[in-house]
Each structure stands twice: as C-alpha cells, then as structure tokens.
Design a protein around this ligand. Structure first.
Ligand SMILES: Nc1ncnc2c1ncn2[C@@H]1O[C@H](COP(=O)(O)OP(=O)(O)OP(=O)(O)O)[C@@H](O)[C@H]1O
Length: 251
C-alpha cells in the first residue's frame, strides 16, 4: 500500500525549473532513497513534501491526507517527521529536555509547551524521552547540553526527537553527511532498527554505501526530473544514471 503519493509536481524559481512534472510513490514500510547529482532538485522536492515550499502545481498525498498547502507543523502532526542536514535542536538545553519537548507536544499538543517548566515532574514524558535516547544510544549523555555533542550525536539526538512523535513516515536529508565511516555504519544500523518498527523512510543521500545498505527502492532525479527508478541493483547498472550521476563514473 502507498503511504505517499506525489503527482505532477512542478516548482520553478524565476526562470529555473527546479522540479519538472515529478511523480513519486512510496510503499508503506519500505526505505526509499532519492539520489541525484548536485542541483538535481532533491532538496526542493523534499521541501515540497514537508511544507517548506509550495509546489506551483501538483499534489502530495499522505495516505488520504493532502499535504499540499499545509504548514510544516501541521504536516508533522499528521505523522510525517523529518531530519535535516543541519540538526534542529535546542543547543542550550540538555539532551533529555530536547526530547521531552516534542514528546510533550505529541501528547498534549503544542499549546501545552508553556507548561514545560513543570514537565520535570511528568514521569510519563520523561520515561518516553529516556526510552528514545536509549534507542539512539545517547541515554548516558542525557544530562549533557546539546551544543556540546559531536555532529554525529547531534543528528542522533534529532532522530530521537523525531521518533518521540511516533511518525509513520520519516524523511531524512543526508542522514550521514559529514560523519566518519564508523558513525555512518552506526547510523545505518540505527535506521535499520527503526525500519523494523515499521516506520517508512524516504532518504536523500549522496553516500552510495548508505543507499545500497538501506534502500529497497531508489529514485534518481536529474535536472528536476525523474530519470530512473527501481531496485538498487538495477539502478547501479543503469547507464542513464551513471551518465547523469557522477558524470559517467561508476556508482
Ligand atoms: N530558493 C531558491 N531560489 C532560487 N533557486 C533555487 C532555490 N532553491 C534551489 N534553487 C535551485 O534549484 C535547483 C535545485 O536545487 P536543489 O537544492 O533542490 O538541488 P539538490 O539536488 O538538493 O542539490 P544538492 O545535492 O547540491 O543539495 C538548483 O539549480 C538550485 O540552484
């Protein structure tokens, strides 16, 4: 069953057509990667799915819900979370506080956040936040201030914040960018574990090791259009993809 269905999406910036009639479907429970050369339109496409940009034409459906024209926080509330290239965390707060904020927002709605000063007493929220930190391997660091974390740990923290909202669909923009190989492999394992819980994932990724380790399906964007789509092993050998991606070099 499809969890996400994008039809006929176009997006231009002045005279530049960044997305050209994009049609895209994601099957529930799968990991679907989007790859393509620099400037292909990947971030523009992601931003159209999360409400940061509004497509000029076309529709984005999440199950029966139309995301087209919805604000980012509304999209988040219907079950779509995203992890950015630059983690969006509260740098001056502890890791535990960082995860308690979205946990509380998920349980009580955004307007409950003014009561955050009393949330320390809320064992349900605290326990869930601790559980999420444990999931991403950061529970030992729960009292540290988020700004003091390494880049890889900041991204794991953001992932814990997303997971605390029980998303059905997780959109990840280059989840391993800037990480060491060891950190990348840890992140791959972590994302596989999340997959076991049935959370569907769309991953924009440059690192082919990550794509081929995680994805069941790959969509290739070039110059704003989809030029190929299929299983990783088919995409790997597709001459159109090799030509567009890395200028003919082998994937
Ligand atoms: N806000 C904007 N205003 C004008 N042009 C933009 C804007 N955002 C993106 N573009 C242009 O749209 C095209 C697609 O950019 P986009 O960032 O979506 O590509 P990308 O595939 O994510 O690239 P990268 O892999 O380098 O991040 C590029 O030519 C880019 O310069």
């Amino acid at each position: 069953m499809e969890i996400l269905k994008v039809e006929g999406v176009n997006k231009s910036f002045g005279g530049l057509r960044a997305l050209n009639n994009v049609n895209f479907k994601v099957e529930e429970g799968t990991v679907h990667a989007i790859i393509g050369p620099n400037g292909a339109g990947k971030s523009t496409f992601l931003n159209c799915m999360i409400g940061r940009l509004v497509p000029d034409t076309g529709t984005v459906m999440f199950g029966d819900v139309s995301l087209t024209g919805m604000k980012p926080h509304q999209i988040n509330q219907v079950g779509v979370s995203r992890v950015f290239q630059t983690p969006e965390i509260f740098g001056d707060l502890t890791l535990l506080e960082n995860v308690m904020i979205p946990t509380l927002a998920k349980r009580d709605g955004e307007f409950a956040l003014h009561a955050f000063v009393r949330v320390d007493q809320d064992t349900e929220v605290r326990d869930k936040a601790l559980h999420m930190l444990e999931d991403v391997g950061l529970v030992e660091k729960r009292e540290m201030v988020a700004n003091s974390l390494s880049r890889g740990d900041k991204r794991r923290l953001e992932l814990a914040m997303c997971l605390s909202q029980d998303p059905k669909l997780l959109l990840l923009d280059e989840p391993t960018a800037g990480m060491s190989r060891a950190d990348t492999n840890n992140t791959i394992d972590l994302l596989k574990r999340i997959g076991d819980r049935g959370i569907t994932k769309v991953v924009i990724e440059h690192d082919m090791h990550v794509v081929f380790s995680l994805a069941q399906k790959v969509t290739v964007l070039a110059q704003g259009a989809i030029i190929a789509e299929g299983k990783p092993e088919d995409i790997k050998g597709d001459p159109r993809v090799q030509e567009a991606y890395l200028g003919g070099a082998h994937l």
